[in-house]
Design a protein around this ligand. Structure first.
Ligand SMILES: Cc1cc2nc3c(=O)[nH]c(=O)nc-3n(C[C@H](O)[C@H](O)[C@H](O)COP(=O)(O)O)c2cc1C
Ligand code: SF4
Ligand code: SF4
Length: 257
């Protein structure tokens, strides 16, 4: 069983590839939360996986929210549990944060992997999408990396193989709490009414069902996961987050990438 969350498609791509390779079935974290479906059952010998993006050097908070409520019957001390986090660059102390959240639910994390994918964070000064060569390099390297991760999951390897990056403690334990508090609200989202065609794409791509289309355009409802799918998918770049996204790139994973 693989629980997955994704905004712009990178983690979804990784989760789907792993599910096909390992013959596992997928559970969408956002739908589980929306439907309030927190009870699951593992078959004997089945593994428990989580695939999600790194947000501010930790697991996407929406996944931690699910774990707080999650009840998985059939988990035993022998159950192999793993996480795979996609990131633009590095994941800081994501593994420790995730392992702690699972431990509180009586589950032991055994495998932890990161997969570098194109960056989608554009909301602050100094952060932008990757330029084309970097994006291409990451996308070309991804299938081999995912296969290497899949092999180790199939062998139930107890291992951590992530790009931690520099200053992981500062990033994950000092910057991240600030980020979660002040940089994850959906209040700064704005739409340029002159550009918006009211096509409804932003509504369709929001995994959290957090956008309603009113006469004035999209309205954010306060249940945002900060995945930025709405910003990146808007075909006419009508959505901005505060003042920093106007001149930034846009990215989402395409099957043809
Ligand atoms: C709110 C937010 C915070 C992010 N923080 C990090 C980070 O700390 N480190 C990193 O390498 N990438 C970071 N990223 C980039 C994403 O982790 C990366 O692009 C990921 O593959 C996106 O996955 P998705 O396409 O499945 O949504 C962040 C993205 C967002 C939206
Ligand atoms: S995706 Fe863009 S153009 Fe379409 S409704 Fe949303 S904001 Fe408007
Ligand atoms: S409102 Fe936008 S950023 Fe927030 S969860 Fe929905 S798509 Fe993601």
């Amino acid at each position: 069983m693989i629980f997955w969350f994704s905004g712009t498609g990178n983690s979804r791509y990784v989760a789907e590839k792993l599910a096909r390779r390992l013959n596992e079935h997928l559970v969408a974290v956002a739908e589980a939360i929306y439907d309030k479906k927190f009870d699951y059952t593992l078959q004997p010998g089945e593994t428990l996986g989580f695939v999600f993006p790194t947000y501010s050097w930790g697991p996407a908070p929406v996944v931690l929210r699910l774990i707080k409520e999650l009840e998985v019957a059939g988990v035993t001390p022998a159950t192999y549990c793993y996480m795979v986090t996609t990131c633009g660059d590095d994941v800081g102390r994501s593994v420790d944060i995730f392992a702690k959240a699972l431990r509180k639910r009586g589950i032991t994390l055994q495998g932890a992997f990161s997969v570098q994918m194109p960056n989608n964070y554009i909301c602050m000064k100094g952060f932008d999408t990757d330029d084309q060569p970097v994006m291409r390099r990451k996308l070309l390297a991804a299938p081999e990396r995912i296969e290497s991760v899949a092999m180790r999951i199939a062998e139930h390897r107890c291992t951590t193989d992530v790009v931690t990056g520099k200053w992981p403690g500062v990033k994950s334990h000092i910057i991240r709490p600030w980020f979660k508090r002040y940089a994850m609200s959906d209040k700064p989202f704005k739409t340029d009414a002159a550009l918006c065609t009211r096509c409804g794409k932003c509504v369709d791509v929001c995994p959290m069902h957090n956008i309603k289309l009113a006469d004035e355009g999209p309205q954010w409802q306060g249940q945002c996961a900060m995945c930025l799918a709405c910003v990146h998918h808007c075909p006419v770049r009508a959505i901005q987050y505060g003042k920093q996204t106007q001149d930034k790139g846009r990215y989402y994973f395409k099957k043809t990438n």
